[in-house]
Write a protein that binds this ligand. Structure first.
Ligand code: ADP
Ligand code: MG
Length: 310
């Protein structure tokens, strides 16, 4: 019999007074996946994680952890989970190592894995230094080490890339890769697309509490043919494309004009434009990125788009 999914939600929902924070979310995270739960700020990511961890009570729907779907089963299953949500506050005057010892006591897991956890997050050489001397990236890595103390099968990370500089993000990606290589299942939330695109095997894109799309990165990124066109006069180009029967969509980007096409006949597009006196300086097939798909799926959430662009 195949394993039950590590996480499965069934129309999971949370209503806070007038706000529907999580709206009928149904997803399945299978063993060994690095699953990205991606959406703009306020789309219900933290609330969903809070429900999985038993901190927030769902108002409708249900979920299963390691196949267990009742309260008692959830409690037992959570012993197999490490989540950044439960990370204790660290003491600034104590060493990273001693902070992990405190965390192990709170979690009631014993301190025999502290050195291994420091090693995984690349802090083996700094374990004896005081927490307050750590950079933000090192503090985040210590928090990751704390989630690993119980040698969890499932690691849940809420916005692990938040606030980190490119170097810090690279370190987090490396740690996630190490955990994935050790067979851990990872569920992470993020509003930062390009940072997670490279480390996730599967993603769900959420907006206003609803799952817009779910699948592998390749599945999310549309198979549709697109052409990137650069011309001097984009106004004339857009007017011409409005009458081109093969064009199903036109989008202006920093790189040029992206045209969605019914067929991959780029030569035909070129001939059509030339016949209307529009000569392109660049015409090439354009591969949609996860970020393009994200922006398309979360259109109108301008607040979040500035965030994504920043
Ligand atoms: N305790 C709460 N009471 C009322 N509204 C809440 C509460 N927690 C979250 N919300 C609202 O629910 C929505 C989703 O929030 P959240 O899950 O934190 O989103 P995300 O983690 O994706 O940024 C937001 O509109 C937020 O303001
Ligand atoms: Mg959040």
């Amino acid at each position: 019999m195949p394993d039950s999914p590590v996480i499965q939600t069934f129309e999971l929902s949370k209503q806070f007074r007038e706000v529907r924070a999580v709206d009928r979310v149904s997803i399945a995270v299978e063993r060994g996946q690095v699953f990205g739960f991606l959406g703009p700020n306020g789309s219900g990511k933290t609330t969903t994680i809070g429900m999985l961890m038993g901190i927030i009570t769902p108002t409708a729907g249900s979920f299963a952890l390691f196949g267990a779907s009742d309260a008692k089963g959830h409690l037992a299953a959570r012993a197999r989970v490490g989540a950044t949500l439960e990370t204790p506050n660290f003491y600034p005057y104590m060493s990273g190592r001693d902070n992990l010892r405190v965390a192990a006591t709170i979690k009631d897991v014993g301190s025999d894995r502290i050195d291994e956890c420091l090693e995984i997050v690349g802090l083996a050489g700094r374990g004896r230094h005081r927490f307050r001397t750590y950079s933000l990236g090192m503090k985040q890595r210590l928090a990751l080490a704390a989630t690993m103390l119980n040698d969890p099968e499932l690691v849940i990370l809420d916005e692990p890339a938040n606030g980190l500089d490119p170097q810090g993000m690279k370190e987090v990606r490396d740690i996630i890769r190490i955990l994935a290589d050790r067979g851990k299942t990872i569920f992470l939330s993020s509003h930062l697309l390009w940072e997670v695109e490279r480390m996730c095997t599967h993603v769900a894109i959420v907006r206003k509490g609803q799952v817009m799309k779910v699948g592998t990165v390749a599945e999310i990124v549309s198979e549709q043919v697109r052409a990137l066109v650069r011309v001097e006069d984009t106004g004339a180009l857009e007017a011409a494309l409005a009458d081109y029967p093969d064009a199903t969509g036109v989008q202006t980007t920093d790189e040029g004009t992206v045209v969605s096409l019914k067929s991959d006949d780029l030569a035909g597009l070129n001939r059509y434009l030339a016949a209307r006196g529009i000569y392109v300086s660049h015409l090439a097939r354009h591969q949609q990125t996860l970020e393009d798909a994200f922006i398309e799926l979360t259109q109108g959430d301008y607040g979040s788009m500035t965030e994504i662009a920043s």
